[in-house]
Design a protein. Structure first.
Lengths: 96, 314
């Protein structure tokens, strides 16, 4: 099978939002996602991941450009103000 | 004044954190320790509850819940107007201080065990019941009818979050099994209790150390509040416990419950329901000041208050 051009969206946010973010993402039509626990530092201070709610999660979604930008818009509008939220996209080639 | 040596592990954790030791309790171990503590406390209560007529519980439960719900309502105006905090921050703080801490309660239980003082098993029921109302009141204080609240998500977080689930689950299992039925589990859940609590306190010390650095930014008001609020709440708890006819141990634990501030359930619930509140303020105060204050100074004082009121009031 030939490699298909797709977009990778990476969302880094607070672990406490996990269920809420997943609901939003799947509602917008994402077919799947990958979550990893994360630690780090940013404008919301150090997120050391010591306590369940003190940690971050990193959600990866692969989809077309339109889906990724829809997700970005939705999350930005609803969560950027009050929560730590970092999102970025990269063009990728899906291999399987 | 009585002193429970297990709290020294907390100091060791704080020390390790301050000197930036590489000591770190892995997340999965911490999870396992907290599951153990919650179940052990629940079971302990359930076993004692089995020997008690439940119908006699209704009236004291209502009184304790009612007064417990008043506490955040009393704290909110103090935080809002005396402390000049924002509405969201005041409400979130009131929720943290109105709700309860399982580990603080556990240290109280450990002290009573060391002093060989018995307490009513149903105190654990109050531990379960008191976690919730302050959180709801906190959210209502923050909102007052404006703005949308993720109530469903918050209730789910609180009721089916592991702390209530395991405490209540342990309570039911202990109640059903009774003293005899639980015997095979004694070694794990009762004999090892203090050792596990020690490890948990070590981890809490590490976490608290990371909060201590931020204390300077909190200012005099918040620091004072974090010490005075638990003391006043404990006085109310002591009087109520005595008025309800609780034993010395029960009175002390009720004072400890009212005095304790939540730093696990409340932060998660407030983060979802009142996102504009600054979590660093409330967690910093409850974990960085109130928790150590309670386990080192508070609990011995509450124990003394309970003995005192029983000696003068009979």
């Amino acid at each position: 099978m030939q490699a298909q051009p797709m977009t990778l969206l990476v969302i880094v946010s607070e672990a406490v939002l996990e269920d809420i973010l997943i609901d939003e993402i799947t509602e917008l039509g994402a077919k799947g996602y990958t979550i990893t626990e994360a630690r780090g530092r940013g404008t919301h201070g150090t997120r050391a991941g010591r306590w369940t709610q003190g940690g971050n999660i990193r959600i990866e979604v692969v989809g077309n450009t339109q889906l990724c930008s829809q997700i970005v818009k939705r999350l930005q509008a609803a969560y950027e103000k009050d929560y730590g939220l970092l999102m970025y996209t990269a063009p990728i080639e899906l291999q399987n | 004044m009585q002193f429970e040596p297990v709290v020294l592990f907390f100091l060791l954790g704080v020390f390790a954190g301050l000197v930036r030791s590489d000591l770190k309790i892995p997340g999965s171990i911490y999870e396992a320790l907290s599951i153990f503590l919650l179940l052990a406390i629940g079971l302990q209560g359930g076993v004692k509850l089995a020997e008690f007529p439940l119908s006699e519980l209704i009236l004291p439960s209502l009184a304790i819940l009612f007064v417990g719900s008043l506490l955040p309502l009393l704290m909110f105006p103090v935080l809002r107007y005396l402390g000049r905090m924002t509405r969201a921050d005041s409400a979130s703080m009131a929720a943290h201080y109105g709700s309860v801490s399982v580990v603080t309660f556990s240290v109280g239980v450990a002290l009573l065990a060391q002093e060989d003082v018995d307490f009513e098993g149903f105190m654990i029921v109050f531990l379960v019941l008191l976690e919730m109302p302050a959180l709801v009141i906190g959210v209502m204080l923050a909102r007052f009818g404006v703005g949308k609240v993720r109530w469903g998500k918050m209730f789910h977080e609180v009721f089916f979050g592991k702390s209530i689930l395991l405490l209540a689950g342990g309570l039911v299992i202990g109640f059903v099994a009774g003293m005899e039925g639980i015997k095979p589990l004694d070694i794990l859940f009762f004999d090892l209790f203090k050792g596990i609590l020690a490890l948990f306190l070590l981890e809490m010390g590490l976490v608290a150390a990371s909060r201590i650095a931020g204390l300077r930014t909190y200012g005099v008001f918040l620091t004072t509040f974090a010490v005075v609020a638990p003391l006043l709440s404990a006085v109310i708890g002591t009087i109520l416990g005595w008025a309800l006819g609780l034993s010395v141990g029960g009175t002390m634990l009720l004072a400890t419950l009212y005095a304790s501030a939540s730093y696990i359930a409340a932060p998660a619930a407030m983060r979802i329901a009142v996102p504009e509140a600054n979590p660093a303020l409330s967690i910093g105060a409850s974990l960085g000041i109130t928790f150590p204050f309670n386990i080192f100074v508070g609990i011995p004082i509450y124990f003394w208050m309970a003995k005192f009121i029983h000696s003068i009031g009979g």
